[in-house]
Design a protein around this ligand. Structure first.
Ligand code: ASN
Ligand code: ZN
Ligand code: CA
Ligand code: CA
Length: 303
């Protein structure tokens, strides 16, 4: 065959088959998707259980990515494509920077590493230890969360500490939910394989996972950059209440406009309320939608 784009498929972390856009070069197939209208590509590499980034490509001799160590990579590239499609189709945003830059992921980061992150340049996924997590790229909402950190960095620029940091975290969780559109849980597909029905966080019930859901329970701490993964429960609950009242489409438009037009690096929770209200007014006027947003933030004690 000739070198160039190729179609194939593979099995993800949960064992499900999915089609893949590959690239053939020198007798090897790459997780390297050239089919999007980007300046770059969507590609996935491996850290081979080390911490050197971005690491080499993970390649296969044929178009069927069916080996065990390929599963995390299959999902990383597949879901990165899904999240790319969401931002492009819904908002016309071409990749995280709006300029079609390459979406790079690295899987098999570290050993038994129970986390995933955006490092300012790419997404990085651990394999988990098999008890707390299985490979984290197996969850579309985790990928939506991490890639939204990249969007936030290039738009609102929310500083990653205290209330602005909790808003940064919350935007990633809210878009994780808006992108998948199926539940209000984050990480349920890859969290505690031995326990069913749980998740890393819940937008509808933040308290279930130790987060506050009202300003009166805000946690003052010096750990986790001022509790950014804890206090995000408050704006997360407002996000749930918004989505529950207005649905995915209107809520997506309101949140995206708030994130890209109104929020600034030092925004506090009250600024997020104001940003969502202004976005709702811009898009829908001062009616049902505006009142729903106001009610959502009222209910979590943010004025
Ligand atoms: N998974 C975490 C997050 O995206 C990593 C971190 O603490 N930044 O929030
Ligand atoms: Zn995060
Ligand atoms: Ca979910
Ligand atoms: Ca579980």
């Amino acid at each position: 065959a000739y070198d160039g784009p190729a179609s194939g498929g593979g099995y993800g972390v949960l064992g499900d088959y999915k089609p893949l856009n590959l690239y053939l070069s020198g007798g090897y197939y790459y997780l390297y998707d050239t089919t999007k209208p980007m300046n770059g590509v969507i590609e996935t590499r491996t850290a081979q259980n080390g911490q050197t980034l971005p690491g080499p490509y993970l390649v296969d001799r044929d178009t069927n990515f069916n080996s065990n160590d390929e599963a995390a990579a299959v999902d990383a590239n597949y879901y990165a494509g899904k999240v790319y499609d969401y931002y492009y189709n819904k908002f016309g945003r071409n990749s995280f920077d709006g300029n079609g830059s390459t979406l790079r992921s690295t899987v098999h980061y570290g050993y038994n590493y129970n986390n995933a992150f955006w490092n300012g340049q790419q997404m990085v996924y651990g394999d988990g230890d098999g008890r707390t997590f299985i490979p984290l790229s197996g969850s579309e909402d985790v990928i939506g969360h991490e890639l939204t950190h990249a969007v936030t960095e290039r738009t609102a620029g929310l500083e990653y500490h205290d209330q602005s940091g909790a808003l940064n975290e919350s935007m990633s969780d809210v878009f994780g939910v808006l992108i998948t559109g199926d539940d209000y849980l984050i990480g349920e597909d890859v969290y505690t394989p031995g326990v069913s029905g749980d998740a890393l966080r819940s937008l509808s019930n933040p308290e279930r996972y130790g987060q506050p859901a009202n300003m009166s329970d805000y946690v003052y701490t010096s750990s986790d950059n001022g509790g950014v993964h804890t206090n995000s429960g408050i704006p997360n609950k407002a996000g749930y209440l918004t989505i529950n009242q207005l649905g995915l489409d209107k809520s997506s438009k309101i949140y995206y406009r708030a994130l890209t037009h109104y929020l600034t690096p030092t925004a506090q929770f009250s600024d997020a309320r104001a940003a969502c209200l202004q976005a709702a007014a811009d898009l829908y006027g001062y009616g049902t939608e505006y009142n729903a947003v106001a009610s959502a933030w009222d209910q979590v004690g943010v004025n």
